[in-house]
Ligand binder design. Structure first.
Ligand code: PEP
Ligand code: CO
Length: 461
């Protein structure tokens, strides 16, 4: 069996390293039993899909495609319903259409879904009125109600989560493959829920322009642009709970490598990216394309260690760095991160998460993010990459297809006071469907402006 870089790696070798953010189970044998049960169940994804995604990410790394990764901060078991999944998929498809039109390159759609059930927490416990209980770590671990029973880590939640991940991806795939995502029929992803007139009109113009282009191409070539070549959909989640990730990690003899078959693209969160930690140990051994969240605390040696440990062969599409510095700090930290990676002589795919560095708390105590900060960070990221001979290959955002009021700003000008109206997230504030679509439009528009400027001044960056 081929183990990466030395022969000591196997799917449980992470257990010899310090593992951050893992729940404590009262009955370790019950946990082992559930892990064995999940290991016997059929996988959620298969290795050739994972390989296909890696190939597409390699294209994004070369600047020939763009990644749109998005979804909930945390999926919940309760929200595993057809309407919620459909709406989330619709907004991702709409955004991708807008990006495809504006960026003039294929968009790789990756949901933060079908397994995004475990959350890192800043403290292990929570105290209310003198009572201290374990923190809520996501539905994969425990439940949010503040009772001892709900907050106890329950291994059965892993099994429930695995099943719901499978249900979610099964439905998303059926929608995507059944024609819901066919570019010839964007009316299927109708915009009944967008009330903001200018946004709706702008979106309609893009849809019409794409329909015209398809008609033109198909008329000229006498061939249908096959939908499968235009629209596909992949799943990703934070690979936080290592017993869960280990359970579906299998050696695939045909590929001669180990794969995590619970998702296409797991990522390492910022809080669990220690070089000598269990997460890096686990991730280095799987063949999936993987990502790491990159924040201000990571210095050059740390970033370089991640690059050489996680992608020693410098395989294109293997490693994505998702930077999340915040609008205020991106200009200081992104150039040095780009330089640190350059010094390794290797490359990564750069994606910007403009959400997690821009979280703030209102005077009323609600967590929120300002649309203008999200947009500013994204704008700066495009510019800084270009100025440093690099390029931004994608965005990573937290969104919902529902009409929530969790982030302020955007075309409807939501204020701190509006947040009360429909604040539903139990974790991070998400862009609602209008804000998400507007973000895609602004990214597309800026890209068109940059292309226009380059045409007007040939020879200049
Ligand atoms: C997240 O993506 O929800 C998250 C916790 O991000 P980060 O690891 O970047 O803080
Ligand atoms: Co989040």
């Amino acid at each position: 069996m081929r183990s990466p870089e030395g022969t000591s790696w196997h799917s449980a070798s992470w257990q010899t390293r310090p593992a951050q953010q893992q729940p404590v189970y009262a009955d370790p044998q019950a946990l082992e039993k559930v892990v064995a049960q999940i290991a016997r169940l059929p996988p959620i994804v298969v290795s050739w899909e994972i390989e296909a995604l890696r190939g597409r990410l390699a294209a994004a790394q070369r600047g020939e495609a763009f990644v749109l990764q998005g979804g909930d901060c945390a999926e919940t078991f309760e929200d595993c319903e057809s309407d919620i999944i459909t709406r989330r998929l619709k907004i991702l498809l709409q955004m991708s259409l807008v990006l495809l039109h504006g960026l003039k390159k294929p968009v790789i759609r990756i949901g933060r879904m079908a397994g995004q059930y475990a959350k890192p927490r800043s403290t292990d416990t929570e105290t209310r009125d003198g009572v201290t209980l374990p923190s809520y770590r996501g539905d994969l671990v425990n439940r949010p109600e503040f009772t001892a029973a709900a907050r106890a880590a329950d291994p059965q939640q892993l099994l429930r989560g695995y099943e719901r991940a499978a249900l979610t991806l099964n439905f998303a795939r059926a929608l995507v493959e059944g024609g819901f995502a066919d570019l010839h029929h964007p009316e299927y992803w109708d915009l009944g829920f967008v009330h903001q007139a200018p946004l709706k009109d702008a979106y309609q113009r893009i849809v019409d322009a794409i329909a015209d282009s398809l008609d033109f191409f198909e008329g000229m070539s006498g061939r249908q642009v096959h939908e499968a070549t235009l629209v596909d959909f992949y799943a990703s989640h934070e690979g936080l709970h290592l017993h869960y990730e280990q359970a579906q990690t299998r050696f695939i003899p045909r590929q001669n490598r180990w794969y995590n078959l619970s998702t296409h693209m797991p990522w390492i969160g910022m809080r669990t990216a220690a070089l000598d930690g269990a997460h890096v140990e686990y991730f280095r051994g799987i063949a999936n394309p993987i990502a790491v969240k990159v924040g201000s605390a990571m210095d050059a040696a740390w970033l370089q260690g991640l690059v050489t440990t996680l992608n020693p062969q410098n395989q294109p599409g293997r490693l994505t760095f998702i930077h999340r510095f915040g609008a205020r700090d991106v200009a200081e930290h992104l150039p040095r991160a780009i330089e640190a990676v350059r010094q390794t002589g290797q490359s990564v795919l750069w994606v910007c998460d403009p959400m997690h560095g821009n979280t703030e708390t209102t005077s009323g105590g609600l967590k929120t993010r300002r649309f203008e900060n999200i947009l500013t960070e994204l704008d700066l990221a495009f510019r800084i990459h270009a100025e440093h001979g690099s390029h931004l290959g994608g965005v990573h955002i937290e969104l919902t297809g529902d009409d929530v009021t969790e982030c302020t700003g955007g075309a409807r000008g939501l204020t701190d006071r509006d947040l009360q109206r429909a604040y539903r997230s139990s974790v991070d504030p998400r862009l609602n469907h209008e804000q998400a679509l507007e973000l895609a439009m602004l990214v597309a528009q800026r890209s068109q402006e940059r292309r226009g400027a380059r045409r007007a001044a040939p020879g200049r960056g």
